[in-house]
Design a protein. Structure first.
Length: 439
C-alpha cells in the first residue's frame, strides 16, 4: 500500500509578520529576539510593524508617491520659469530625503533599544566583543532558518520558548515545530551560557579535553567559561527526505583561551547521489573560499565523529565537522561560521522540495524509523553536545528540554534486522559501513 506525504508549500512567512509579532508581544517576550554587533544592529527591521505587502522602513518611504505641484508654464527660454521648476523639484527632493532620514533614524533608534534589552550576554561584555557578535550571528541565523523551514512546510509554525537561567546570566531561545505537513519535528535552539564546568564536562565538550585549558588544573578544580551556540535537528515525515543537523558554537574560558566548533551533516534513509553531491558541494564551496584543505579535512572529521562504534556504521552520510578551531583570527572564524549557517538552507531546502511529496511504502517508513533508532543511539551515547549538556545539569546551567530537542518523536528498534541483498536499504547501508566521497 502506498501513501503520499503531505503537502503543498504554503505562503512564506514574511519578515514583516515577524516584526509585527515582536512588537505585539511586548518587552517581556523579547529575550533573544535582537542582538548587537558592535555599532550595527543585528536584525534590521524587527522594530517596525509592517504588513507582508509593505516595504521596509526607508525603502517604503523612497517609493511612496507625492502629489506633484504643477510646474510653472515655461514660455520660450524664460530663465526665471526654469529656475522655478528647478527650485520646486529641489524642494520636493530635499523634503523627501529629510523624511527618509528621519524615518531611518527613528527605526534605528527603536531597533537599537530593542536589541540592547534583548541580548543574553552580560552587560559587562563590550558591544564589539566576539561574544556579542557570535550571539548576533546565531540569532539572525535562527530567524532566517525557521522562516525558510516554515515556508517549505506550509503548515507548521515554530513555537518560541525563551528562557533564562534564574539568578545566573545567559539564557536561550528554543524554537520547535511539530506535526507539520513536511516535518514531524524540527528544532532550532539558541543558547548563551556563563558557568563553571567540571573537568569531565570539558572532556565531553572538546576534542582535546582538559589540555584545552592551557593551565594545570588541580583535582576537582572547575573551569569558568562562556559558551554560545545555535543547534538544530530536523526530522521530516517522508522517508525520502533526509534528517539534517547543524551546530555552530563559540567557547571562551576565563583563562583567555577561545575556540570555535560546529558543522552541518545529513542523514538520509535512502540514497540519492545527486542530493549528496548537492549537499556536500554546497559546503565544499564555502570551505574553499577560506582554505581548499578545509573541506576534505572537515568531511573526514565528520565521517569519524558521527560514527557509532557499537554498530560499526555512521549515523548518516556526513557533511563537515570541526572542533577546537582557532587557527585564524577571530573575525575570520566569525565570517566562516556566518557563511556555514547561511549555507544551511541552500544545502537542505532544495532536497526537501525535491522529495517531500514522493510516494513511499509502509516498509520504507519502518526503515526510516529504524534509522532514527540509530540517531537516538548516537546522540545519547556519543554526541559531544548532548553528553556535555547532560553533565552540566548538576550545575544548574543545563536545560533538559533543549538538550533532548534533537531526538525524534518516534523511532524503532527491530530485533536482528538485516537489509535484504539488492534492496535500496542495503545500498545505503553500504555507505554507512564505508563512507564515500561525494564531490
Amino acid at each position: 500500500m502506498k501513501r503520499t506525504s503531505a503537502a503543498s508549500v504554503g505562503t512564506a512567512m514574511a519578515a514583516g509578520c515577524v516584526a509585527s509579532h515582536l512588537v505585539a508581544s511586548g518587552s517581556s517576550s523579547l529575550l533573544g529576539q535582537g542582538w548587537v554587533t558592535g555599532s550595527t544592529v543585528g536584525r534590521p527591521g524587527l522594530a517596525e510593524r509592517r504588513t507582508p505587502n509593505s516595504s521596509p522602513a526607508g525603502a517604503g518611504a523612497a517609493s511612496m508617491s507625492i502629489p506633484a505641484a504643477e510646474p510653472p508654464r515655461v514660455e520660450g527660454n524664460s530663465v526665471p520659469a526654469l529656475a522655478a521648476v528647478s527650485s520646486a523639484a529641489i524642494f520636493a527632493t530635499a523634503t523627501l530625503a529629510g523624511r527618509n532620514r528621519r524615518q531611518r533614524a527613528g527605526t534605528a533608534a527603536r531597533s537599537a533599544r530593542l536589541q540592547l534589552r534583548a541580548s543574553m550576554c552580560k552587560e559587562s561584555d563590550p558591544p564589539d566583543s566576539v561574544r556579542r557578535k557570535f550571539e548576533a550571528i546565531c540569532a539572525n541565523a535562527q530567524d532566517r532558518i525557521c522562516a525558510a523551514i516554515e515556508e517549505v512546510d506550509g503548515k507548521g509554525k515554530f513555537d518560541r520558548d525563551a528562557y533564562d537561567r534564574g539568578a545566573k546570566p545567559g539564557g536561550g531561545v528554543a524554537r520547535v515545530l511539530t506535526n507539520g505537513n513536511v516535518f514531524e519535528k524540527a528544532g532550532v535552539n539558541l543558547s548563551v551560557v556563563y558557568s563553571e564546568m567540571p573537568q569531565e564536562a570539558l572532556k565531553a565538550a572538546t576534542e582535546r579535553g582538559v589540555d584545552r585549558v592551557g593551565v594545570k588544573l588541580e583535582p576537582g578544580q572547575k573551569v569558568p567559561f562562556f559558551a554560545c551556540g545555535l543547534s538544530s535537528v530536523m526530522h521530516p515525515k517522508n522517508p525520502m527526505c533526509p534528517t539534517m543537523h547543524f551546530n555552530y558554537r563559540y567557547f571562551e574560558t576565563d583563562f583567555g583561551l577561545w575556540w570555535f566548533g560546529g558543522g552541518t551533516d545529513i542523514t538520509p534513509s535512502y540514497l540519492n547521489e545527486d542530493d549528496m553531491k548537492h549537499f556536500h558541494g554546497t559546503y565544499k564551496d564555502v570551505c574553499d573560499k577560506y582554505d581548499p584543505t578545509w573541506y576534505p579535512k572537515f568531511k573526514k572529521w565528520a565521517d569519524s565523529y558521527f560514527f557509532i562504534p557499537h554498530r560499526g556504521e555512521t549515523r548518516g552520510l556526513g557533511g563537515i565537522f570541526f572542533d577546537d578551531f582557532n587557527t585564524e583570527s577571530q573575525e575570520r572564524h566569525l565570517e566562516f561560521s556566518t557563511e556555514c549557517l547561511d549555507a544551511v538552507t541552500k544545502a537542505y531546502v532544495p532536497i526537501l522540495e525535491k522529495h517531500k511529496d514522493d510516494e513511499f511504502t509502509e516498509q520504507q517508513k519502518d526503515w526510516q524509523q529504524m534509522r532514527r533508532g540509530r540517531y537516538v543511539e548516537f546522540n545519547l551515547v556519543y554526541d559531544r553536545g548532548t553528553t556535555f549538556g547532560l553533565k552540566m545539569l548538576s550545575s544548574g546551567v543545563g536545560r533538559l528540554e533543549s538538550i533532548l530537542m534533537s531526538l525524534p518523536q518516534t523511532a524503532r528498534w527491530q530485533y536482528n534486522h538485516t537489509p535484504e541483498m539488492g534492496t535500496k536499504e542495503e545500498e545505503i547501508m553500504a555507505c554507512f559501513k564505508k563512507p564515500r566521497e561525494w564531490v
